[in-house]
Design a protein around this ligand. Structure first.
Ligand SMILES: [Zn+2]
Length: 125
């Protein structure tokens, strides 16, 4: 996996299982996972309903670096469009690392909240 200068992976969507063995987040995209894992051992690498459609492709991909970076770029585009629309500022004033970190912070904030909601038993959907 691609590492940030901090040494942490860009898209650390693990563990994908809680302490009771229930799926939490998708190994691929970070959305809510269902009970199909793609890893033969260790963390089961559970995936979500949409990523199940790609499961054969995911098994073929040994290194996700390019996918991770492309996903981050998609996030940068989406956040940039959003904040420009709101008139807050422009991501172009930030360097590449800060652009990636703000998107990662937003993404991981969603995933962490999803994990908490699932762990506390009662997701709001
Ligand atoms: Zn997914």
């Amino acid at each position: 996996m691609t590492k940030l200068p901090t040494g942490r992976p860009i898209l650390p969507f693990t563990p994908t299982v809680d302490e009771t063995g229930q799926p939490t987040v998708c190994h691929c995209c970070g959305r809510r996972a269902i009970g199909i894992g793609i890893a033969p051992k260790g963390d089961p690498a559970y995936v979500c309903g949409e990523c199940i459609l790609l499961v054969e492709e995911l098994r073929k991909v040994r290194r996700l670096d390019l996918y991770e970076l492309a996903a981050l770029d998609g996030g940068i585009d989406a956040v940039g469009e959003y904040i420009a629309e709101k008139g807050i500022t422009d991501l172009a004033f930030m360097d590449e690392l800060d652009q990636r970190l703000i998107v990662k912070a937003a993404w991981m904030g969603c995933v962490d909240r999803l994990r908490k909601l699932l762990r506390d038993g009662g997701a709001p959907f």
